[in-house]
Write a protein of this length. Structure first.
Length: 404
């Protein structure tokens, strides 16, 4: 917004509303206020991005400050400097005249200096009989004194933002390194999972990082990276826990079988022929039944199933199986798919799987197809209910090791 014009040797120059506001602000400088000019200059340099000025403009401001004789900016000593363009150019490292004028205008527009023009537009000082400066025309440094605290605060904010950016960038680099190592280790050790898809997702995230990123660019990417890292760690922990549980179950089953064999041999003596037949049956590999988990653990992992039990609660396995029938119909799972699951997994485990599917219903498009796929994997010995329950326990904030 232009509110007036001032005539100078270089033509008519518009005066903006921002410049008039700056003049009003400098008029309110408290009596006796002072500030270290180089401290204020360093703050302005730090906050240059906020002020919208370039490094060359700061070089011109530096040159202007060298014409102020004291280190402390103080209104009582005068705040106007009046060097010629030639003198300024020399102290600004030989900057060209047109460039100098452009950056002086930028400093005025940024509210760091003000013009105090004489009648003929020249810069000079009028002195009294004693040789003291009575009035000077040129550039006033009053805005620097008036905005000293504001510039210091802006510089602190910029420094804090730079530190936040550095920390975020370092965290992103560490997270990328961790994910790369986890994926490579999982692939090398043959861990179960679609690691190709996970790696593709990881590469997609890294591809979104710009060549010269800002904090706004990398913060959301870091959050997604951290979620992916957590997901990978959870997958590997769940698989490790499941393998440990399966190993313990096998050892317990063998111990029970050995104990039963010994006790039957001791209490029921039989012929050598019969003993040989029994030993051959014990040696023959048989498919182990899928382990049933405690009802409390299932309900802790899948609290949503409680609402569909008799009287709005689940207090026994019978209640859970009744609720599963209701939920099965609600999810669109066919009776045949559920019957196959009951025959393969057992009624209790099939009801627990339905409870898990209900808990993750928002992420499963076809509940019936999902159940049939789990049933097929269970028939081949490739599915265990434990990891599914532990994943839901972890998602609900409950410790996943209670199943052991």
């Amino acid at each position: 917004m232009q509110v007036g014009n001032v005539t100078t040797p270089f033509g008519r120059r518009s005066v903006t509303l921002a410049q008039i506001k700056g003049q009003m602000r400098t008029a309110d400088i408290k009596a006796g206020k002072s500030a270290d000019k180089w401290k204020v200059f360093r703050d302005a340099c730090e906050a240059r991005a906020v002020l919208g000025i370039q490094d060359r403009a700061l070089a011109v401001l530096d040159a202007l400050l060298t014409f102020y004789p004291d280190n402390e900016l103080c209104e009582e000593r005068g705040l106007v400097v009046f060097p010629s363009n030639d003198q300024l150019s020399v102290r600004a490292h030989g900057i060209a005249g047109t460039t100098l004028r452009r950056h002086l205008t930028a400093l005025v527009d940024a509210g760091l200096i003000q013009r105090k023009d004489s009648a003929n537009g020249k810069r000079y000082a009028r002195k009294n009989e004693t040789g003291a400066i009575e009035e000077a025309f040129g550039f006033s440094l009053a805005p620097l004194l008036a905005r000293a605290e504001e510039l210091a605060h802006a510089a602190q904010q910029v420094a804090a933002e730079r530190k936040r950016f550095r920390i975020t960038k370092e965290a992103l680099s560490i997270c990328r390194r961790d994910i790369r190592k986890l994926i490579s280790a999982a692939m090398e050790e043959g861990a179960a999972g679609d690691w190709g898809r996970i790696e593709e997702h990881f590469l997609g995230l890294t591809g979104r990082i710009p060549r010269t990123p800002t904090i706004a660019d990398i913060q959301p990417i870091l959050e997604e990276m951290e979620m992916l890292r957590e997901e990978i760690i959870n997958r590997l922990e769940i698989q490790e826990n499941a393998e440990s549980m399966d190993s313990n179950a096998v050892q317990n089953e063998r111990h029970i079988q050995n104990s039963n064999t010994e006790s039957s041999n001791e209490l029921e003596p039989s012929s050598g022929k019969e003993q040989g037949a029994k030993l051959s049956e014990a040696i023959r590999p048989t498919k182990e039944p899928i382990k049933a988990f405690p009802l409390g653990m299932v309900l802790q992992a899948c609290p949503g199933i409680r609402d569909y039990g008799p009287s709005g609660n689940v207090e026994s396995w019978r209640d859970l199986m009744s609720a599963a029938v209701v939920v099965r119909s609600m999810l669109g799972v066919s009776p045949s798919a559920y019957q196959d699951a009951c025959e393969t997994l057992g009624p209790q485990n099939a009801a627990a799987v339905i409870a898990c599917i209900l808990e993750r219903a928002g992420h499963i498009e076809n509940a019936g197809g999902y159940l049939r796929n789990l049933t097929r994997k269970a028939a081949c010995g490739e599915f265990s209910l434990g990891p599914m329950l532990m994943a839901l326990l972890r998602a609900n904030g409950a410790p996943g090791r209670k199943a052991s």
